[in-house]
Design a protein around this ligand. Structure first.
Ligand SMILES: C[S@@+](CC[C@H](N)C(=O)[O-])C[C@H]1O[C@@H](n2cnc3c(N)ncnc32)[C@H](O)[C@@H]1O
Length: 304
């Protein structure tokens, strides 16, 4: 099996002047109570180890930022699994660094060492900001996003189905796992009296969400129970069903177990998932009904 972290350990011993970035080490996701960062800590480092990320644009952003954080003469190590496309990532690293060499090929993985960052790096998060347009029904939206933010510069089809079928919501509404905030953006425009709260695990997603839905409270949390106590008239979500590349319903199960504590009397949860997601098995104490479905997606309504 690919074991890139082990391959890295054979080349680099972390010390006080090193920084490890990426996947489990990439500090943009909140870890229990330790908030993730929209970018890594300020400073410069003699050694940086960068875990290859899934999305190509996210890798490009991280490579540029890492290059910008290297001390003169410093080395960037890029490590990843053969099955993850590490070889072609090494070629792209050559666009950012003058010298790139392979220093390890064990454990179905590869480690590159790169030195001599080229000029003209995009080394700040704002350099990677982009916008795309989408429409839901007659309404058009311009939406801010960043590399690695769901759903890679387009409106996700599941989110679209939720937005096309969800009934009118009003009062206090939570969007759990909001990503860049398309659900709140659309429903705020549709229902002027709605007051959204946003939450997501990912710091960069929340930077985008705050731009798309200005002025709303936004929390970086991995579990609903970490949200300050509150009661919502509705909770809407296109919830995470993956951990890394693996399908996982753990976060959804935990969310549904906690949702009753955050629902006001008469409040409902509306969530969208692929038809194959076993929401009935994960619903815990919540009662559920199928609100809408098509060939690909189901919108579930759940209440206490
Ligand atoms: C399917 S996407 C939906 C994003 C957004 N609502 C949309 O429709 O575009 C799921 C989101 O869950 C976030 N996420 C992943 N694991 C999470 C967790 N344990 N707690 C909260 N959010 C999580 C991801 O960062 C991602 O933004």
């Amino acid at each position: 099996m690919d074991d890139p972290a082990r391959a890295l350990q054979t080349c680099v011993a972390p010390d006080d002047d090193s920084l490890l970035i990426g996947a489990d080490f990439w500090p943009r996701s909140v870890d229990r109570r330790t908030p993730g960062l929209p970018f890594w800590p300020e400073g410069s480092f003699g050694t940086i180890a960068l875990r290859l990320s899934k999305a190509r644009d996210e890798f490009q952003m991280m490579a540029d930022a890492a290059a910008g954080a290297l001390k003169p003469g410093g080395t960037l190590y890029l490590f990843g699994g053969n099955g993850e496309g590490i070889v072609s990532a090494g070629r792209r690293l050559g666009e950012v660094f003058a010298a790139v060499e392979t220093v390890q090929t064990k454990f179905h993985s590869r480690v590159f060492a790169a030195r001599g960052p080229r000029a003209r790096l995009k080394a700040a998060l704002s350099d990677w900001r982009s916008t795309f347009g989408f429409h839901v029904g007659e309404a058009n939206f311009s939406h801010v996003t960043y590399p690695g933010v769901f759903a890679s510069g387009r409106l996700d089809e599941g989110t679209r189905f939720l937005l096309e079928t969800v009934p009118a919501v009003g009062g206090k509404v939570l969007d759990f796992a909001c990503g860049s905030g398309p659900i709140a953006e659309v429903l705020t425009r549709r229902h002027g009296d709605v007051r959204f709260t946003l939450s997501d695990i990912d710091a960069v997603s929340l930077v985008a969400a705050k731009e798309n839905v200005p002025g709303v409270p936004a929390y970086q949390i991995a579990r609903l129970r970490d949200l300050p106590a509150d009661k919502f008239d509705a909770i809407v979500s296109n919830p995470p069903i993956h951990q890394g590349v693996e399908q996982s319903f753990a976060a959804l199960r935990d969310f549904l177990a906690t949702a009753p504590d955050y629902l006001a009397t008469g409040g409902e949860v509306f969530l969208v998932g692929q038809r194959t997601v076993p929401v009935a098995k994960l619903a815990g104490a919540l009662k559920l009904r199928k609100h809408a479905s098509d060939d690909a997606f189901t919108v579930w309504a759940l209440h206490r």
